[in-house]
Design a binder for this molecule. Structure first.
Ligand code: MG
Length: 231
């Protein structure tokens, strides 16, 4: 791939470890609100219930069956209820404090900084994210990810989400890149791998959850270290 000049990355769970930071934030809230002492469940007992509730509701959003507001209203209530904790006020507090608390944590994905140090002298580096502008900026600026990227393209800027080709177009325009000289690396099969390939870029699928989806001409990696064998 020696014609590549630009490397584009997804942000959440490709570089910034959303799952890990979310877990830290929830553990902090769990202690702050004394949930274990009040209800007898440890955080490790609670967390899979939250995970299941959150993932299930996100799937319903993707299928356009519920709104983001409904997810925010339900994910903690449902998680607590499946544990037999009937306290909607507590669920409301968790939801309110969660997004604030998560910004206290800025762990990046294992191998991210080593990879960026390796790529930076050879390529122009960029981010394309479906996240909110202010939140995503804060993640980049308060983590070790600052100083590596020439451009960041936010889906919010034009109100469409990856895999919509318009977001990739905007990224090309902002970075003055040509898609034939660009490659995209991301952890979401549809938004990232399928989206970038359909747009006409090369793509690498970062399969962190062992989804094992495959497509011609799109290599799969399980750890960021493996990117070096392509670039
Ligand atoms: Mg992602």
């Amino acid at each position: 791939m020696n014609t590549i000049k630009h490397v584009f990355f997804d942000l959440d769970n490709t570089l910034w470890d959303f799952r890990k930071n979310a877990r830290f934030a929830l553990a902090e809230l769990y202690i702050k609100h004394d949930v274990e002492n009040r209800y007898g469940f440890t955080f490790d007992e609670f967390h899979p219930h939250y995970h299941e509730s959150n993932e299930g509701l996100w799937a319903l959003i993707r299928d356009k069956k519920i709104s983001k507001e409904e997810l925010r209203d339900r994910r903690f209530k449902d998680a607590f209820r499946t544990l037999g904790i009937d306290n909607d006020a507590l669920a409301v507090i968790f939801e309110e404090e969660y997004m604030e608390t998560i910004t206290n944590y800025n762990e990046v994905v294992d191998g991210a900084i080593e990879l960026l140090d390796y790529l930076k002298p050879k390529y122009s580096l960029h981010i394309i994210t479906n996240g909110f502008i202010e939140v995503s900026k804060r993640k980049i600026e308060s983590s070790d990810l600052q100083n590596y990227f020439e451009t960041v393209t936010y889906a919010d800027e034009i109100k469409v989400l990856k895999p919509d080709p318009r977001i990739f177009d905007l990224a090309m325009e902002k970075s003055q890149a040509n898609k034939k000289e660009s490659i995209y690396i991301g952890d979401d099969w549809i938004a990232d791998a399928v989206g970038a390939k359909a747009f006409g870029m090369r793509a690498i699928f970062f399969d962190r959850l062992d989804d094992n989806f495959t497509m011609d001409e799109v290599p799969t990696i399980k750890h960021l270290d493996e990117v070096r064998s392509f670039l």
